[in-house]
Design a protein around this ligand. Structure first.
Ligand code: UDP
Length: 253
């Protein structure tokens, strides 16, 4: 049930009991489920449910670049296509990719590029198609997280995974993982992503108002959440191979 109707927001984003409107503590993530190998026609794929967000990512490559003029003679390229389904939001979204989708595709490309060895694949492209089926805030972070998982599932050599989450401030209090309503009615939103091989931020956006102290504390909140998300990504990848192993062992007698 959408909480925002015709852009009328609730006056308060915390309940009487001090919890957020969806029942979470300030630094609690929404429930997250991840699975890899969900699309048979892709080289690698992953599916993510993150609160009400439902997102697929499919990876192809390395393969020939179309149009050819985009190919680089000395390195491969990464192309990311983030799309939101028409039915993924309360108000129908126009089917053609808009400015926001192009911007988010570019942001996700920048987040993922540092972990890939593109210099080893001259003249080719890795393509990541992301389809947001249901959206409820933080889709750029959830998409980055699921895209990294799909690249790993495709067996693309990577320096590490990439994890992403948004932190921010609502009703004057710092929180982790803003939902759609918190993103729209809150005071500040700070999406960030980490590349684990060097523990550097590959994304840091900021929208809103907060002090330097709050910014530092928010980054610590982000770091905690990113650790949890990374563990979930690793578990999802391992569980694919555990089930293959169980299948093989089960068929050995
Ligand atoms: N949203 C929407 N219609 C749109 C774009 C976004 O209803 O055309 C909603 C959607 O739930 C999205 C949220 O607004 O997750 C926040 O959007 P934003 O642009 O801040 O990106 P996100 O937080 O998803 O990365």
């Amino acid at each position: 049930m959408p909480l925002i109707i015709n852009d009328i927001y609730p006056e308060k984003l915390f309940r009487e009991d001090g919890k957020r409107l969806d029942g979470r503590e300030k630094n609690e993530l929404r429930p997250i489920k991840m699975e890899v190998g969900v699309i048979s026609n892709a080289d690698g794929s992953a599916y993510l449910e993150w609160g009400n967000n439902k997102i697929y990512a499919a990876v192809y490559g390395p393969r020939e670049v179309h149009p050819h003029h985009l190919a680089k003679p000395d390195r491969g390229i990464l192309r990311v296509f983030y799309r939101m389904a028409t039915f993924s939001v309360f108000e129908r979204k126009r089917p053609a990719p808009g400015r926001r989708e192009k911007e988010i595709s570019m942001i996700i490309t920048d987040c993922l590029e540092p972990v890939l060895f593109l210099e080893l694949y001259p003249g080719t492209a890795f393509e990541v198609f992301i389809e947001v089926m249901d959206a409820d805030g933080g889709t750029r972070c959830a998409s980055t997280t699921v895209a990294a998982l799909a690249l790993a599932d495709a067996g693309v050599p990577m320096r590490s995974l990439v994890s992403s989450v948004a932190v921010g401030k609502i009703d004057g209090q710092l929180v982790t993982d803003l939902s759609g309503i918190e993103d729209k009615a809150g005071d500040a939103d700070l999406p960030c992503a980490i590349t684990w091989f060097n523990e550097e931020l590959s994304l840091l956006q900021f929208d809103g108002d907060m002090s330097i102290e709050e910014l530092n504390e928010s980054l610590l909140n982000a770091r905690n959440a990113l650790d949890q998300i990374h563990q979930l990504q690793l578990t999802a990848l391992k569980s694919k191979y555990t089930s293959i192993l169980e299948e093989v062992e089960g068929g050995e007698d």
